[in-house]
Design a protein around this ligand. Structure first.
Ligand SMILES: Cc1cc2nc3c(=O)[nH]c(=O)nc-3n(C[C@H](O)[C@H](O)[C@H](O)COP(=O)(O)O)c2cc1C
Length: 396
């Protein structure tokens, strides 16, 4: 008999902020920014719906501090050109019903969307599908302060907390991975060196926002690439983080590098990183969230009951049912994950992104939407916003 007791009990984070239940809408790049880094009405309505649906925590994916290092032209940007009144409307309406809205602090590094920025990672890459330059030592030194400025801006406009994004192959995850980080200075080589930037970013962000404001981290268990960031590395990083002021570590895995595996495109049975989370538990007293492949209430409850995770992160399930917590509370079940035959790389993620827009316009999701049409519409929307972004953020 599955009861509601575990799922709907509150969790108080080390900073003193309480999450009302154990269900988090995991970070997603919703692609609903206006092309100038500000929220649209659809986007504001999207987060309002997730809050109305009962999520304790909802995380906006890929909120950027540097518009030249963005993942996509639908990202939000917190900076001098932000429309803070629109951001305040977003943070107020996205935190209805006792839910909290966090901003995920992104920096795409080598995976910066080339039409709108300058891809730069820890080391230069020249692959058929990805070319980037290496960040200079001077550029690296500016990064912790830049993350801290973005975090402070998030706090000022009313976000309830921030998530530092160190997963999925974006900048901080590139630094951790020996496959992408070939530096020979203090930021490359040993794991302590590869983790240096992450530790500096965490410390600088925590200092900037103060002890009562939640700062959480998204970290890969592994990037699932030969020669990349391994579970052994990740466990050692978690041990290094134990004395930090983090309020929660959200465990994920995979990367969006061309040709690699990403969790949001996976058709495998979840939960994906549960064995790792169990091992991580022995390394830290910081609360853990597990994200990836969780589809049923039974899975979520089992993860809490066994102490594998303190919070359950869900992305695609929250698209299939924006009121998932209420549905589970009342004994219902969301629609099953749709099956796609031979989806191209990135296709499933694009399909879900297109459904997100329907939630934001109060249109029922379309379980029968065509995958190829979703990919076409997804790319067309980004192409259309590229000129807008480049004009808005043009360098003087
Ligand atoms: C449309 C879409 C966009 C995503 N964007 C982000 C993102 O911006 N940041 C992030 O950390 N993860 C992102 N993810 C990954 C999810 O947070 C999650 O880790 C992954 O989808 C596995 O969880 P799930 O099986 O519950 O979907 C995205 C997933 C989807 C489906």
């Amino acid at each position: 008999m599955i009861t509601n007791a575990q799922l709907f009990s509150p969790l108080t984070l080390p900073c003193g902020v309480t999450l009302k239940n154990r269900l988090a809408k995991s970070a997603m790049s919703d692609s609903l920014g206006d092309g100038c880094g500000n929220p649209t009405s659809k986007q504001i309505r999207l987060y309002e719906r997730w809050a109305e649906g009962g999520a304790a925590l909802s995380i906006i994916g890929e909120v950027q501090g540097d518009p030249y290092a963005a993942e996509k032209p639908g990202n939000l940007v917190l900076g001098l050109q932000s429309d803070d009144s629109l951001l305040r409307e977003l943070t107020q309406r996205g935190a209805q019903n006792g839910g909290l809205l966090f901003a995920q602090l992104g920096h795409a590094g080598a995976m910066t969307h080339p039409p709108i920025g300058t891809p730069k990672g820890p080391s230069a890459l020249s692959l058929p599908s990805l070319t980037c330059a290496a960040l200079t030592a001077g550029e690296i030194q500016h990064l912790p302060a830049q993350f801290a400025r973005t975090a402070l801006h998030a706090k000022t406009v009313g976000f309830g907390g921030v998530q530092i994004h160190a997963a999925h192959g974006f900048l901080l995850s590139q630094f951790l991975s020996p496959l992408f980080n070939k530096r020979t200075d203090g930021y490359g080589g040993s794991l302590a060196n590869r983790a240096r930037l992450l530790l500096e970013v965490i410390a600088t962000v925590c200092d900037a926002v103060g002890p009562a404001f939640p700062v959480i981290l998204k970290l890969n268990a592994t990037d699932q690439l030969d020669g990349g960031f391994t579970e052994t590395d990740a466990l050692a990083v978690i041990a290094m983080l134990d004395t930090s002021s983090l309020d929660l570590i959200d465990i994920s895995g995979g990367t969006y590098f061309p040709g690699a595996k990403s969790a949001s495109d996976s058709t495998g049975n979840g939960p994906y990183f549960a064995a790792f989370a169990k091992a991580a538990r022995a390394q830290t007293t910081i609360p853990l969230m597990l994200t990836g492949g969780i589809k049923t209430k039974e899975q979520a409850v089992a993860l809490l009951e066994t102490g594998t995770a303190d919070m359950i992160g869900l992305a695609r399930a929250f698209i299939l049912d924006p009121s998932l917590p209420t549905t589970w509370h009342d004994g219902g079940a969301p629609p099953p994950f749709p099956r796609f035959s031979n989806p191209p790389e990135g296709g499933i993620t694009a399909w879900y992104t297109q459904q997100i827009a329907r939630i934001g316009q109060d249109t029922p999701i379309d379980l029968h939407a065509d995958l190829n049409e979703a990919i076409r519409a997804y790319n067309a929307r980004d192409d259309a916003r590229t000129a807008l972004w480049n004009a808005h953020f043009s360098k003087p």
